[in-house]
Design a protein around this ligand. Sequence first.
Ligand SMILES: Nc1ncnc2c1ncn2[C@@H]1O[C@H](COP(=O)(O)OP(=O)(O)O)[C@@H](O)[C@H]1O
Ligand SMILES: [Mg+2]
Length: 549
Amino acid sequence: MADNDNSVLIAIIENFSIEVTNEGKRDYIIEATPLGLIRDGKFIRGGDTIAIPPKKVEPATKADIEKIYNESIDIPEQFVFSTLSSNKDIKIPVDGNKFFNKHISVIGSTGSGKSHTVATIIQKAVNAKDGQFSLNNSHIIIFDIHSEYKASFPDANVINIDNLILPYWLLNNEELEEILLDTGERDNYNQSSIFRTLVTENKKKHNPTNEKIFYDTPVFFDINEIVYAINNYKNETENAKCSGRFMINDGTYNLLPDGKTNESLGIKLTNEQRISKYFEEEYTFFPTKAQSITKGDYADGTLDKFSIRLQSKVSDKRLDFLFGKKSKIRSFEETLQKLMGFCTGDFRNVTVIDLSGIPFEVLSITVSLISRMIFEYGYYYKRLRCKKNPKEKINNDVPILLVYEEAHKYVPRSELTKYRASQKAIERIAKEGRKYGVTLLLASQRPSEISETIFSQCSNFIAMRLTNPNDQGYVKKLLPDTLGNLIDKLPSLRAGEALLIGEAVILPSVVQIDECELPPSSSDIPYWDLWKEEWRIINLSEIKDEWYE
Ligand SMILES: Nc1ncnc2c1ncn2[C@@H]1O[C@H](COP(=O)(O)OP(=O)(O)O)[C@@H](O)[C@H]1O
Ligand SMILES: [Mg+2]
């Protein structure tokens, strides 16, 4: 709607009708929602004032629409991964800085095209270059729960259960206790207080030059030595006549011939000596059957269940990536290098962390530990940069995007302890990550089931086909009132079509996401094709071997 040559109001037609008056005159009535003005050739969002009546009303031309999108963002800032759904010739740029430096959410029912969208976005980000070099400075870590993304990123640093090494000693106290202590027993004072003391003392033992060691300090400790110590406490006996003399049966002394003890029997140990001795091996103790031998302080049975749990976790083959031999020698730097694709001579833009083989009970702490390490990388890198240059404006010149497929599995709206670790780590990134150059891309089919804290921190949304009314309601809250009816389109979007909303795009728009170069692999099994084929013989004993391995 033009009022003069310099000012044009752009509006979306919502409805139109023709009214015939009594005199037989036709009135053409258009109901339209104003979007903004083109003033002096430039589109400005909002503002609906034009001189009434307008001079001219006409459908926007392709050139007008292109102008709105194209001129809204300076060329170097433009990041393009979609076209306008109603006219595929019109590219829809987003502001690449505004897009990546805040959290992004990709939502849609299964099959709506989320995984393809994630692949398209990352492929384009990795290929964008401001110069002549082979690797750009993009850094993306994908938490891939269905093993989909290896196919899309053949050059990626792929980490899976076979090569993942996550040292248990990098776990923080909550993560460590979540896996090793029984939740139900967490209030059991003995269990957790002994564990904490032992871990702290063992960290001191293995890091003698480090003066500031606390329970939570991320330095090496030997988990097997903790197991020894717990078992020694559990089985400990003490000379009843002289406390502080422990009845370790290591062959250096014998009980009196009458089975009694005298005051000099047993090994005299101060509390410190006792702890460091108990780290060395698992001892046998003289039984309390002999007279004048009593149970040790913690040998009242309260540690029995804990000891069993601890041993079974530490020796569980499925948890080898945490507690195995390699975890003991893997350094902090190596762990971070591997996770960030930063190994010397082997730099990778994309790291795919294939979570499909991670046992469910440790999925949350695995995701939590990795997320936390990346967040802390950002935090300390910023600190270092600001120390070196107090005027530093860019907190992190190697910013990272963390991608969570099926985000509702790690950060659900749920109080259950099994999600607590990953929830906490990701919520922290959602709240503070931006400042340190760590942002999130969350893909989910159930936006209404994602933690609200996280969802509310997202600034850009790619809403694909959504059929569930609760989930639609979630998206509706994101839209300005004037565009509320765009929501009606959500259930009928085709695969790859999306409603693009947020700070990075000039207008909420229905777009078609570009097809990705290499698609993610689908985990769909072609039942019908397979069933129609001839009977196949499978080797069950081979499966058994794999099972028992
Ligand atoms: N941008 C697109 N253009 C065309 N087809 C697409 C696009 N994105 C997805 N599709 C099709 O939709 C199907 C489902 O996509 P997928 O990304 O696996 O969905 P989701 O991750 O939401 O379950 C795929 O088989 C793919 O061929
Ligand atoms: Mg998917």
